[in-house]
Design a protein around this ligand. Structure first.
Ligand SMILES: [Zn+2]
Length: 174
């Protein structure tokens, strides 16, 4: 093994160790980890749904795939994801994106569009951790763009109803 190959092997090993395993799929340059048993996440259309959902969010936030290239998206089965001292976050952007797929009130989400993924894509594009941009309290246009899709529960197809309130965030708060 040449020194260069040795370094490359080491870097690869560290990356694999930090993630635990290889991604379940890739959407453009984004590695996606499916760590939920939510029925929508086991469906064959997950990749195209993720792609079109992220695309709609990028359009809303006026970003592009280069804003999320090299990042990871994790679909988490818990009701909350840990996020920099906030144990009760339903989504997190800390350079990578993690979103809950299990709402405390509504139960398991029936489609990826219902998660706070579109909110976290906003952080990836504009940063703004204090939520000062008025767009954090809008998003009706984004809801319209993603409306009318199919969701899934354990029995089969159900409507993918979007609650824009899940994505919104009071302005001026972390
Ligand atoms: Zn936020």
């Amino acid at each position: 093994m040449s020194p260069v190959n040795g370094v490359r092997w080491f870097v690869t090993a560290v990356l694999l160790a930090s993630c635990g395993r290889a991604p379940d799929l890739h959407v453009h340059g984004v590695a996606v980890y499916v760590e939920t048993t939510a029925p929508f996440a086991q469906r064959g259309d997950l990749e195209t749904r993720l792609e079109s959902t992220v695309q709609a969010a990028l359009d809303y936030w006026q970003g592009s795939w280069t804003d999320v290239a090299g990042r990871t998206i994790t679909l988490d089965g818990g009701t909350h994801v840990a996020c920099e001292g906030n144990a009760s976050a339903i989504g997190c952007y800390d350079g990578n994106i993690r979103v809950s797929t299990n709402d405390v009130g509504a139960g398991t989400f029936s489609c990826v569009e219902q998660t706070v993924l579109v909110h976290e894509i906003g952080h990836a594009v504009i940063g703004d951790p204090l939520h000062q941009d008025p767009r954090w309290m809008e998003m009706d246009a984004l809801a319209d763009a993603l409306a009318g899709r199919t969701g899934y529960d354990a029995e089969g197809e159900v409507p993918c109803v979007i609650f824009v309130s899940v994505w919104r965030h009071p302005l001026g708060r972390p």
